[in-house]
Design a protein. Structure first.
Length: 127
């Protein structure tokens, strides 16, 4: 499996992509494969504050309910409202239409602590 090289990753299988001054957050293809068919995504509201490593939402599939963890601390500046009616976008396009939130980080140094694509590939291979 290949992973986009323009992203940073968490060991919990979230990804982060630069979007101007904010960072887009979603889950990786590895996470999607583990979850199966996504049936519901519960996300925070715009303006909410999230803390690195803390739960910011949940994702439900036919197999389980899983927590979503913030890759960095920050303010939610956008939420992918389309996932409310079409959560399956996470399955079909986890790095495009299946994104979840945009964050404006409060601690930019936290981004540098995330896994590089190569480090994430090694992390997944060990699982």
């Amino acid at each position: 499996m290949t992973y986009p090289t323009d992203l940073r990753y968490t060991s919990d299988h979230e990804w982060l992509r630069a979007q101007g001054t904010s960072w887009r957050v979603g889950i990786t293809q590895f996470a999607v494969d583990q979850l199966g068919d996504i049936t519901l995504v519960d996300l925070p509201k715009e303006g909410d504050l999230v803390t690195k490593g803390q739960r910011f939402g949940t994702i439900e599939s036919v197999k389980s309910v899983s927590d979503l963890y913030a890759p960095v601390s920050g303010k939610v500046v956008a939420v992918n409202a389309a996932l409310k009616n079409t959560p399956e976008q996470v399955n079909t396009a986890p790095y495009a239409g299946g994104w979840m939130i945009d964050l404006e980080p409060t601690e930019a140094s936290e981004i540098e602590e995330l896994l590089t694509p190569d480090a994430y590939i090694k992390h997944v291979a060990a699982q």
